[in-house]
Design a protein around this ligand. Sequence first.
Ligand SMILES: [Zn+2]
Length: 91
Amino acid sequence: MAYQPQVIDAKIVSHNPKNGLFEIVAQLKDRTVCRLIYERDAAGNVTPTHINRLLKEPCPICRKDFLCNCMSKFKENISSQALDMAGTPQA
Ligand SMILES: [Zn+2]
């Protein structure tokens, strides 16, 4: 069955009002923790540019406990859930 990430907690951990970049750390139900990097353009559109798995738990997909790229396939899915929960930083 395809991996279905479920965000159970998300918060904004850093925000740079000068360039519109901000970061959200999202915790998934399977204990995976991801850091998402977003950019905001002049029109206010928010785009996830990077997702990194924090190395607290092995990857839920490939089971590696070091860096892998599995989460990048789920960037949009995890990102939209994280934004729903954490919102976007006020300018
Ligand atoms: Zn992996």
